[in-house]
Design a protein around this ligand. Structure first.
Ligand SMILES: NC(=O)c1ccc[n+]([C@@H]2O[C@H](COP(=O)([O-])OP(=O)(O)OC[C@H]3O[C@@H](n4cnc5c(N)ncnc54)[C@H](OP(=O)(O)O)[C@@H]3O)[C@@H](O)[C@H]2O)c1
Length: 340
């Protein structure tokens, strides 16, 4: 199997479907490191060579695991990692940190864990609004000049932040949540990216598993991160099944799975906006890597796109329930946070 390629901003050439490695360090249920490594190798074998990690995932273990993949396959992979969050995802103690001294410290720690000399795409993971975006991107540009990083990316930035950052150094990609049930980036950020020639990397493109239709019983995720999200609880969880039913119905028309329809929908949004869009679904299972990669060949009809458009406006619950109001671009964009 081969996976097609896409060129993001700043000439960064990646597989058209990437692999998000976060969940192979146990965010959505337990994960075995040896099985996770086998899944990563399988992804690269299948041409899914754009691998996404972050210093915060698994408290550093995720980068160490990806480092084991890279030990003999560095040249086959477009490696993306991120910095800018301190604390722990598992303990929900995350805080954003963007000061230039921290940037210099974070890159060296990531390079050491990954056991590489250069990172292909280095993202700012979260905005710390006490530091001007120009200052943090300036410090990131110094890493490009030093040869430690090839391209720069930004996660959860507003359109205005992206515009200001891109004036300091070309930005290859914005990574923010985007899927059939999380569409706020379409208001301003994605059009700004399209206008600037910046690519888009939707995270949680399968709605943290919800959009795959495999999560019918809340008991199966009662012990993981998703149990804390309103969209996954009670009446909201039940109401949001309407989106899954639509994905399943469209999948039946096309001979595809709900996950494949959800990923093809994202690519269709990219076509509509004139924006290179490369989703990074994550999975612990090799067979699902193949299933997700095969979505690159799937094309939805206008009527199918209209059906999903209508339903996505009816989603119940916010995409983020985190206690920091600056955590997502959505709240800053709408002026709902203290720092905006
Ligand atoms: N920048 C940020 O702030 C940010 C935030 C969140 C995520 N991310 C990145 O985005 C990546 C993807 O997001 P995500 O992991 O949150 O969510 P996701 O990719 O939307 O969903 C992952 C979940 O879907 C399941 N899954 C994957 N493919 C499937 C398929 N074909 N059929 C059925 N179930 C399937 C996986 O379970 P199994 O393992 O059981 O297959 C997993 O629980 C992360 O790994 C991370 O790299 C970035």
């Amino acid at each position: 199997m081969t996976t097609p390629r896409t060129i993001l901003g700043d000439g960064l050439d990646v597989s058209a479907i990437g692999f998000g490695a976060m969940a192979v360090s146990g965010v959505y249920g337990d994960a075995d490191p040896e099985e996770a490594l086998a899944t990563l190798h399988h992804a690269v074998d299948a041409g899914v060579t754009f691998i996404d990690t972050a210093d915060i995932y698994g408290d550093g273990d995720n980068e160490r695991l990806v480092g084991r993949l890279l030990a003999d396959r560095r040249d086959e992979v477009q490696l993306a990692t991120k910095f800018g969050i301190t604390g722990s995802i598992a303990r929900k103690t995350m805080r954003a940190r963007n000061d230039p001294a921290y940037v210099a410290q974070a890159i060296d720690a990531s390079l050491a864990r990954l056991q590489v000399d250069t990172i292909d795409l280095y993202y700012l993971h979260r905005r710390d609004v006490t530091v001007p975006i120009e200052d943090v991107v300036g410090a990131m540009a110094d890493l490009v000049a030093a040869g430690k990083v090839r391209h720069l990316g930004l996660s959860e930035v507003t359109a205005a932040e992206l515009d200001a950052a891109h004036a300091v150094h070309p930005i290859a990609a914005v990574q923010s949540e985007w899927s059939v049930w999380s569409r706020d980036v379409e208001r301003q950020v994605a059009p700004m990216a399209a206008g600037l020639g910046v690519g888009f990397v939707p995270y949680s493109p399968l709605g943290r598993g919800f959009l795959t239709g495999t999560l019918s019983d809340p008991a199966t995720f009662a012990d993981d991160w998703r149990a804390g999200l309103t969209r996954f609880r009670g009446d909201a969880f039940d109401a949001n099944q309407a989106v899954v039913r639509a994905l399943r119905g469209i999948g039946a028309e096309l001979g595809a799975t709900p996950a494949q329809v959800a990923l093809a929908w994202l690519r269709a949004q990219g076509t509509l906006l004139g924006l290179p869009v490369v989703p990074i679904p994550g999975t612990r299972k090799p067979s699902r890597v193949d299933e997700n990669a095969a979505s690159a060949d799937l094309v939805l009809t206008d009527e199918q796109l209209r059906t999903l458009d209508a339903l996505s406006g009816q989603v119940v619950g916010n995409r983020s329930d985190f206690d920091d109001p600056n955590w997502t671009s959505d709240t800053r964009e709408r002026g709902l946070s203290a720092g905006s």
